[in-house]
Design a binder for this molecule. Structure first.
Ligand SMILES: [Cu+2]
Length: 172
């Protein structure tokens, strides 16, 4: 029942501005714009992005995420040093009071490992975010088309390339 209530409140907050009476009950974590790239038919991994804001008065932490779309969901940080891109798995992601964390192509992302099916443009799938203080928040991730712009060379923000995906596969 509690799980359902959390889902209901999450769904509400995505559709309408939060009414004052809801502020007490709703979590202090605001999650916005969850999205993902579409994947090629044979892809085994995908990446999802969103923003998280801690509007509460206490620090919270993201402990992990799960989804029926993939066997495992990991929090990854992508960084580049000496011209080499690396993925680092974060076990815990702290959310200080007032902080906003933006997951974005080429930066922090949720790695969807062992996809049960490819991600198709226009589809949505649920992801459960597990917070230490707030508990679980479920969001619907919207799948976007992999644009030609992102595939072209020389783009400063190339997004998750086939190479990145393969790299993930081999580091497991
Ligand atoms: Cu990754």
């Amino acid at each position: 029942m509690r799980h359902f209530a959390i889902f209901f409140l999450t769904a509400c907050s995505l559709m309408w501005p939060k009414p004052a009476w809801l502020a007490e009950q709703h979590s202090n974590i605001e999650v916005g714009e969850p999205w993902s790239w579409a994947t090629p038919p044979t892809a085994k991994v995908g990446a999802a992005y969103l923003t998280m804001r801690n509007d509460g008065e206490a620090v919270d932490s993201l402990l992990g995420a799960t989804s029926p779309i993939a066997r495992r969901v990991e929090i990854h940080q992508m960084s580049t040093s000496d011209g080499v891109s690396r993925m680092q798995q974060l076990r815990v992601l702290d959310l200080p009071v007032g902080s906003e964390i933006i997951f974005s192509s080429g930066g922090m992302h949720f790695m969807l490992i062992d996809l049960v099916r490819p991600l198709k443009e226009g589809e949505t799938f649920p992801v459960q975010l597990h917070f230490k203080g707030t508990g679980t928040i479920e969001v619907e991730v919207v799948v976007r088309a992999m644009s030609l712009k992102h595939k072209s060379a020389g783009n400063a923000d190339p997004g998750p390339t086939e190479q990145d995906h393969e790299a993930h596969g081999t580091t497991q």
